[in-house]
Design a protein. Sequence first.
Length: 127
Amino acid sequence: METKTILVADDESHILNVVSLKLRNAGFRVVTARDGQEAFEMALAEKPDLLITDYHMPQLSGIELCQKLKQDPATSAIPAIMLTARGYQLEPSDTEQSGILRMLSKPFSPRQLLTTVNEVLELPQAA
């Protein structure tokens, strides 16, 4: 089985480290970005199988990042998991236009994240 690549974008280094460590230990290849613009550039270069992004980030928010990726034919099929502050909800129109398939509220357990990642990667991707 080929190793899946996951791009993790978060401006909080402790979240980036915990998420990256959990995913690497589960056998994924992980690339990271500390803001939305860096994540966009990494997505273009790496073509990851999945994006995990924070909502609040410098340069581009998680929503803006996902919408920009969705508009580019080279990255439009990349599914996304959005990390948000507890209680924050996105509008259905935001998720429909951005490729966000799941949302996790902070704080989340690394086990919960891994379960969500595996669910998203097993979903048939819409063309």
